[in-house]
Design a protein around this ligand. Sequence first.
Ligand SMILES: Cc1ncc(COP(=O)(O)O)c(C=O)c1O
Length: 376
Amino acid sequence: MPLEVVERAVARVDLDAVRRNCARLRSLVPAGGKLCAVVKADGYGHGALPCARAALRGGAEWLAVAAAGEAADLRAQGLEGRILVMGALTTEEIGVAVEARADVVAWSERFVAELEPFAASAVQPVGVHVKLDTGMGRLGTKDPSEARAVVDAVAQSERLELTGVLTHFATADERGDDHFPAQLAAFERFVADVKASHPGVIAHAANSAATLREPAAHFDMVRCGVAIYGLDPFGGDPADSQLEPALSLESYVAEVKRFEPGDSAGYGRRWRAERPTWVGVLPIGYGDGVRRALTNNAEVLVGGRRYPLVGTVSMDNVTIDLGPETDVRPRQPAVLIGRQGDETILCEEVAERLQTINYEVTCGLLPRVWRDHRGG
Ligand SMILES: Cc1ncc(COP(=O)(O)O)c(C=O)c1O
């Protein structure tokens, strides 16, 4: 059999899917509205730079990251275009963000005063987005009059540019809850107040879930993260929102061995064969981000069929039960997330088994997993 596998653990990322997902999200916002693609945390584990480029090709006009260093990395790798740093910034990080020609988020006059000297020596005015906390209970001021004072301070500054106002939803992924409409109404009031004197300001609030769920939340720009990677913000099937999963996680069958009843697989003997069977060994484990909580609690595709993951997930290996008769042979590719033949294991399925969200599954893929980017 030819050597079909070159990597022991690889995350294949289909950049055409990222581009198409962005085009789909962009098509949801009204003419003149913008898409900001969120590529923080290394593009939710998918690779920030290639995904950012694919997103821009798919119609995104802005990129967003959480940390100043992430903006600096993108610039260092040659990325142009508007970047928004959404997170809180230390004094040092303000310098990094300004140097990277990124926009920043402000919600206090103290921060605006701290920004001024950096902006004074910057090559261009520093774009500032003022954040109102309408109910996320995280960054931003809860007081609309304080946010308004920050807006005025930025607008009066010679070296700062009032670029946007924003908020962030806490429950956009929980359809039917009453907190989301309350946040939306509070932001609508703030936007109306600010636009009365600054009509050109970009108002933005919607994450992926809000973008898909509520056109009234689109304002002038939507900030989509998880959906650009083809992951479902509601934890269901991305196809329901016409999104294509971009990432698949693959390994291969390194060994196939015979197990007799009572033989055990892995640390702690947490699985024992109840009948004669064949066990496949895959060289991927929690050192790659395949979480140990998947012990006896996952399925893997080989030859287009699902096989149960049996025994303890170790740092570098997992084992699967191939059954009493098998035609699976060493060197066959194995898929832990993604499609093979007619079978698909969604990231959302893995997340449900782990009682977490798809975001955490892809962000949890570790550097030892080789990223293979295709298309774009
Ligand atoms: C402030 C902010 N906006 C937008 C997003 C994108 O959210 P999502 O990935 O759910 O689209 C995030 C991500 O957590 C965020 O923190």
